[in-house]
Design a protein around this ligand. Structure first.
Ligand SMILES: NC(=O)c1ccc[n+]([C@@H]2O[C@H](COP(=O)([O-])OP(=O)(O)OC[C@H]3O[C@@H](n4cnc5c(N)ncnc54)[C@H](OP(=O)(O)O)[C@@H]3O)[C@@H](O)[C@H]2O)c1
Length: 253
């Protein structure tokens, strides 16, 4: 249960090595979150992050194996998490791959893997997570979508379409949860300096994981359903999404 001041006390992070997720975990621990479960493909690689979270004040940090592409394992994985760690206040869906757009345009397997990770894998784990949180009677789901899903760009449409699918699914899921005690926050970051974007030229309004984490915590405190990071992207995208396609496809995006 969230504590008396409304802060999350326990969080399960799917994609536990994500820079944005770890910045969010640190910000939550600074606000009294005490249990953090980091789930990812290589749980042993989380030891440094786990140590930092302990030093910051977390009393329990666990690292567990989770693969978004292994959909068959998701129901049992989720059941085990809630059985072993009990009350989980917040589940952060942070895993994702940017992928190689050029390769994805010529190799269907590469394109499929991006969609299967970002969209199919997320849907596959979100369904059992939602069931468990509803059974628990309370909890919050935070999903890292992307500004890229708001309008597919020719330079990034495979990743963009995976996030568009995820975002649409989460909008519907969030609406279906009203009145259940469970809520869902969609996060739409723009360009974030993280492992995912290492070596790439920064886009306008680029930000860092710490600012995305603050936007998430502010959104949670306000009861928001969608947050943009940084905030002004909401206005930029509300214009860009209405630009006629013949113009949009010529923009250097
Ligand atoms: N960085 C940006 O500009 C940006 C912008 C908008 C949205 N986002 C979204 O924000 C989320 C976090 O991204 P980030 O910037 O923090 O990047 P990141 O540090 O590269 O984190 C991505 C994480 O996803 C994990 N992952 C990939 N495939 C997985 C799989 N099959 N199963 C489990 N975990 C898997 C990676 O784990 P491994 O170490 O095992 O590869 C990695 O820890 C992603 O969903 C991303 O799409 C990022």
């Amino acid at each position: 249960m969230n504590d008396a001041l409304g802060s999350v006390q326990s969080v399960l992070i799917l994609g536990g090595g994500s820079d944005i997720a770890l910045a969010t975990a640190r910000a939550m621990v600074a606000r009294r979150c005490r249990t953090v479960i980091l789930a990812g493909r290589d749980p042993e690689s989380f030891s440094g992050a786990a140590k930092d979270l302990h030093v910051a004040g977390a009393t329990r940090v666990e690292s567990v194996a989770f693969d978004a592409l292994d959909s068959a394992s998701h129901p049992e994985f989720v059941r085990r998490m809630f059985e072993q760690y009990g009350d989980i206040d917040l589940v952060l869906v942070a895993f994702g791959v940017l992928g190689d757009q050029d390769l994805a345009e010529v190799d269907g397997d590469v394109a499929r893997r991006i969609i299967e990770t970002n969209f199919v894998g997320a849907v596959s784990v979100l369904v059992p997570v939602t069931n468990e949180l509803k059974r628990q009677g309370h909890g919050t789901i935070v999903v890292l979508s992307s500004v890229a899903g708001e309008r597919a760009r020719k330079s990034n449409f495979v990743y963009g379409s995976s996030k568009a699918g995820l975002d649409a699914f989460c909008q519907g899921l969030g609406d279906s949860l009203v009145g259940t005690g469970v809520r869902l926050l969609i996060v739409r970051p723009g360009f974030v300096h993280s492992k995912m974007t290492e070596g790439m030229d920064a886009a306008p309004l680029a930000t860092d994981p710490e600012h995305v984490a603050e936007a998430i915590l502010t959104g949670l405190a306000r009861g928001s359903e969608i947050v943009w990071a940084p905030g002004p992207l909401r206005y930029v995208m509300s214009i860009l999404r209405h630009v006629p396609r013949v113009v949009f496809r010529r923009l250097p995006l």
